[in-house]
Design a protein around this ligand. Structure first.
Ligand SMILES: [Fe+2]
Length: 427
């Protein structure tokens, strides 16, 4: 144990502090003091992460120069057969993101897409659509591209499918999920985190979404569990920081807010329901998992105002900005062309964005389905998911729009298989 970990506890706030500015200033001072108690300065510790990330940025730039695909691509069949090579695994862990080719047969994905159209049209969704229910995705336009729909047969069939379970288990197992005698999550059981659908039509103009990340906001610095999860960044052992360490990440609280995710996700993800070319307003990431260390330490440098976390605050998405994070953003990289039935995944701490598009060619349709393995946090959230499922309500992480409550053709409880029942905590 390092000297620093034996020094006094950090101040922490398990709910949003009443005076956020004062709390930010207090926790920053305490985090700096803890780092300095190790005998290293904040600047020295930050420089370690900065160099680690800079090496990755250079590596990615060189790969692009050589015309290589930066995003790892793995065939579903290889995941199912357990024949993913050690080299592919290294690449996945280096980049923290993945395209799974042929995750579902293309015809299956296209049929799901069509069935979603039938489901929403037969229930007069467009006639009754009341406009965007939240500010964040609302910024993409007034026509619904994000459908606040959670309980279609297509979504539930995909969520509880064996193919989805296989990929989620594969991705979950990239994380270290057992340490100190604790199993932080069960890699082989997913909690079926219900999310929405995006259907962006041909000809669409979209401003995209700026670079951001979704694991939390100021709670990442301020709750006791996250302070433990990111302990190596703050106790002088920065070299041991491991973005794949799940310790202390799966039970603690989240600060509520319009962009919160109550679940612990190992990877965010979506399944393509249409073919999409790489230049048609697609997802980009900064494919460097360790960048999180940079994002967490950057606010402690002296050029950032005392009560500022580099723009991170409650009720707003965590921004990655040119002002504070410019070196990271150089590595921003889009997905390659994908086909319906491919799926796309990125480490839950990873910076991502959606590129703008003008006069989009073809559809841009996805079902958001992450990997959210069973753990205390996800078990807690599953109670509200069960309730939303049984009543056709919007899940509690999302705006209370509840379009599907009276709809016909919703996925019914009788159609749940074992994976589905286990995911909802019904067995
Ligand atoms: Fe996001």
């Amino acid at each position: 144990m390092s000297v620093a970990t034996t020094t006094g506890a950090l101040p922490h706030w398990e709910t949003v502090p009443a005076d956020l500015s004062a709390a930010i200033a207090e926790v920053k001072a305490a985090l700096r003091a803890r780092i300095e108690a190790s005998g290293r300065t904040v600047e020295e510790v930050f420089a370690v992460i900065e160099q680690r990330v800079a090496a990755r940025v250079a590596e990615i730039a060189a790969a692009k120069q050589r015309g290589e695909t930066v995003w790892p691509v793995i065939e579903y069949a290889d995941i199912e057969a357990g024949r993913v090579s050690a080299e592919q695994l290294d690449n996945l862990r280096a980049r923290g993101c993945l395209v799974v080719r042929g995750h579902f047969p293309r015809e299956q994905a296209l049929a799901w897409d069509e069935s979603i159209v039938d489901y929403v049209e037969s229930n007069q969704f467009f006639q009754n659509y009341r406009g965007p229910g939240d500010d964040f995705f609302g910024s993409v336009g007034s026509k619904p591209e994000i459908y606040p729909i959670y309980w279609s047969a297509a979504q539930m069939e995909a969520r509880q499918s064996e193919r989805m379970a296989n990929v989620q288990a594969f991705l979950n197992s990239q994380w270290n999920h057992e340490s100190d005698g604790v199993q932080w999550f069960d890699p082989n059981r997913d909690s079926l985190y219900p999310d929405r659908i995006r259907r962006r039509p041909p000809g669409a103009n979209s401003g995209g979404l700026g670079t951001h990340l979704d694991p939390g906001t100021v709670d990442l610095w301020m709750t006791e569990a996250y302070q433990k999860a990111f302990r190596h960044l703050f106790d002088g052992t920065v070299e041991e920081y491991d973005p794949w360490d799940a310790a202390h990440r799966t039970a603690g609280p989240q600060y509520p807010g319009s962009t919160m995710c109550s679940a612990f996700r190992t990877f965010q993800g979506w399944t393509a329901l249409s073919d999409m070319d790489h230049d048609q307003g697609v997802l980009h990431t900064v494919p460097i998992p360790e960048a999180m260390g940079y994002l967490m330490l950057r606010p402690l440098l002296r050029d950032v105002p005392e009560d500022d976390m580099c723009g991170v605050t409650t009720n707003k998405v965590f921004p990655a900005s040119e002002r504070w994070h410019a070196p990271l953003l150089q590595a921003l990289t889009g997905i390659p062309d994908v086909r319906a039935g491919d799926s796309v995944w990125w480490h839950a701490d990873m910076i991502h964005s959606v590129a703008p598009v003008t006069d989009q060619k073809g559809w841009g349709n996805v079902m958001y389905i992450p990997a959210a393995p069973w753990c205390p946090r996800n078990e807690r959230y599953a109670a509200s998911v069960r309730e939303a499922f049984s009543t056709g309500s919007s899940p509690s992480d999302f705006p209370a729009e509840h379009y599907e409550r009276e709809w016909t053709g919703r996925f019914s409880p009788e159609s749940l298989n074992t994976t589905g029942r286990r995911g909802l905590g019904l067995e």
